[in-house]
Design a protein around this ligand. Structure first.
Ligand code: AMP
Length: 216
């Protein structure tokens, strides 16, 4: 199965994408993670991407398309299927994906949309903290650590992703509504099956709904 996960930042695409991919033994292609790794490593791609990411803006399409082309053609496991998380995010990216997949003798099987109300998204994103030592993720509203800013597991300092500050979160959500949400309608018109699930529930319930929707 070749699946695109759509949803606003904070909708749970990362969590659900990992579950779907793990269950099937498929790779996940997560552009946000690839970009953050490039920023950490200080590569040319990372340098180009960082200023857009920090501002909550999208990295230009040509940069992202170069990255995705490289990953899809180099990912030998992707022949059986894959989960795309964070790509495509613009109409231009969605349109460029078709010939790219066709060139690899693939096509998209489905698009799953995870729907979450805006006020919940804001709390999920602005409340997110990550342990700088072990990587465990907390949320100060929904899953706080016992001691403020300190990891329960290893005592490491909890940090906030630069793009999770309130102003940048507002911009990321605006960018999603303006540039990415229209892809739902676009995929409907191309005839790709689109399933929408309510993402404002437990991880297991959302997973169950996605699996049922994909099976039907
Ligand atoms: P994410 O972790 O998916 O929210 O991605 C973090 C940031 O990476 C986004 O706010 C964008 O700046 C950038 N990014 C990730 N995927 C894309 C994409 N497909 N197109 C443009 N920018 C992207």
């Amino acid at each position: 199965m070749r699946l695109v996960l759509l949803g606003a930042p904070g909708a749970g695409k990362g969590t659900q994408g990992a579950l779907i991919a793990e269950r099937r033994g498929f790779p996940r292609i997560v552009t946000g993670e690839l970009l953050r790794a490039a920023v950490r490593e200080g590569t040319e791609l990372g340098r180009q991407a960082a200023r857009y990411m920090d501002a909550g803006e999208l990295v230009p399409d040509d940069v992202i398309l170069g990255l995705i082309r490289e990953v899809l053609t180099g990912e030998s496991d992707a022949d059986e299927g894959f989960v795309l998380d964070g790509f495509p995010r613009t109409l231009a990216q969605a349109k460029a994906l078709h010939p790219l997949l066709r060139g690899l003798d693939h096509e998209l099987d489905a698009v799953a949309v995870i729907d979450v109300p805006e006020d919940v998204l804001i709390k999920r994103l602005t409340g997110r903290r990550t342990c700088s030592r072990c990587g465990k993720i907390y949320n100060i509203y929904f899953d706080p650590p016992a001691v403020l800013d300190e990891c329960d597991v290893c005592g490491g300092e909890l940090t906030q992703r630069k793009d999770d500050d309130p102003a940048t979160v507002r911009r990321r959500l605006e960018v999603y509504r303006e540039q990415t949400e229209p892809l739902i309608e676009y995929y409907r018109t191309t005839g790709t099956p689109v399933v929408t699930v309510d993402g404002n529930r437990s991880i297991a319930s959302v997973e169950d709904s996605i699996e049922r929707a994909l099976a039907s």
